[in-house]
Design a binder for this molecule. Structure first.
Ligand SMILES: CC(C)(COP(=O)(O)OP(=O)(O)OC[C@H]1O[C@@H](n2cnc3c(N)ncnc32)[C@H](O)[C@@H]1OP(=O)(O)O)[C@@H](O)C(=O)NCCC(=O)NCCS
Length: 328
């Protein structure tokens, strides 16, 4: 065990101002507020304007996290941006963020693990810190899912929103603080359940655009079952492997996928719903951004203070799934 702890020294988030309500969507596809709210818990989501992008909202969230941690950009040793909606195919979104922070040699890279991305980023950052390599690592989860959402597909377009969240991970000699346990998982056999085609296998061409396969494709019911099972498994794993009794968990911050999924998993775990942080009603599913946005809100609302135990749990395309136990 490393003597260096990787603590969350500051958090920040950025939600675009533009709101897309369920009523707005009912004017575009055959749906209604009641169906969406009952089946998903979502009431509205935020959508970027045409002059905003993944890098602009990521930079805002990053700036706020650094301000909260009282760390200036030049003190950063590494920037990791977790996203599946990058600024461009190349260079990475993290490079755009670094440039916007005025940096010109700090290492920066993107990490793609879909909705599990932020937890993957957290473990990666903590590993660099615990190895003694870096002291200040910025982990960002940022998405503009509206750019890859098919607003003609009522099953998927109701689910997704845009946003960014960030955490500044810092080396500390306080034992038992910061990231105390995490586990990452992936099974590529399930890629078809949730995917967005454009890439090396299928470059964008007329046939793809004609079939609207440049957008996210989901098999909602299959993902639903996968998410409930993994949610439960990951919380049980976090409790047993970290040795933290479930009564000591202050807050579970799940990936905001569907209120029914969160409800059902919490019930199966015998945990009260008040222990789960939920903001899906306001933002929908923002993939890699959902946990850091929720974390930042929980901190700002005073629901997580120094010493509190938070458990993160996520699942998504890949398929990927992950958990993390953090002492704030
Ligand atoms: C997508 C999801 C909300 C659908 O909810 P569901 O309860 O499984 O609903 P179903 O897909 O079984 O559809 C039920 C009916 O509602 C209809 N329906 C689907 N979307 C609708 C919408 N937006 N508005 C109104 N009706 C809709 C379906 O056509 C179906 O009609 P039918 O019974 O006549 O065939 C749910 O499965 C889900 O949240 N899945 C996971 C989402 C996901 O993949 N997220 C990304 C991964 S992190």
């Amino acid at each position: 065990m490393s003597k260096i702890s990787a603590i969350i020294a500051g958090t920040g988030s950025c939600l675009p101002e533009k709101r897309l309500t369920n009523d707005d969507l009912s004017k575009i596809v055959e749906t209604n507020d009641e169906w969406i709210a009952q089946r998903t818990g979502i009431r509205e989501r935020r959508i970027v304007r045409s002059d905003e992008s993944t890098a602009t909202i990521a930079s805002q969230a990053a700036t706020r996290a650094m301000r909260a941690a009282h760390v200036e950009p030049r003190k950063l040793d590494l920037i990791i941006c977790c996203t599946i909606t990058p600024e461009m195919q190349t260079p990475s979104t993290a490079c755009f963020v670094a440039a916007s922070l005025g940096l010109d040699s700090t290492p920066a890279f993107d990490l793609a693990a879909a909705c599990s991305g932020f937890i993957y980023g957290l473990e990666t950052a903590a590993s660099f810190i615990q190895a003694g390599r870096y002291k200040n690592v910025l982990v960002i989860g940022a998405e503009t899912l509206s750019r890859i959402t098919d607003y003609k597909d009522r099953q998927s377009c109701i689910l997704f929103g845009d946003g960014a969240g960030a955490a500044l991970l810092q080396a500390s000699d306080e034992p038992g603080r910061g990231l105390i346990y995490s586990s990452l998982h992936a099974d590529g056999h399930g890629w078809e359940m949730l995917h967005c085609s454009p890439g090396s296998r299928h470059p964008i061409d007329e046939t793809m655009v004609g079939g609207r396969r440049q957008f996210l494709q989901i098999r909602g019911r299959e993902v639903y079952k996968f998410a409930v099972a993994r949610f439960q498994e990951m919380i049980e794993d976090a409790i047993s492997k970290s040795g933290i009794p479930k009564e000591q968990i202050k807050l579970i911050i799940p990936h905001q996928v569907n209120l029914r999924i969160i409800d059902s998993a919490m019930e199966k775990l015998g945990l009260p719903m008040e222990k789960a942080f939920v903001n899906i009603d306001k933002y929908g599913n923002t993939s890699a951004a959902s946990i850091p946005i929720a974390l930042d809100e929980a901190v700002r609302e005073g629901k997580l203070v120094k010493g509190d135990i938070a458990v993160f749990v996520a699942f998504g395309a890949g398929l990927t799934w992950a958990n993390a136990v953090v002492r704030m």
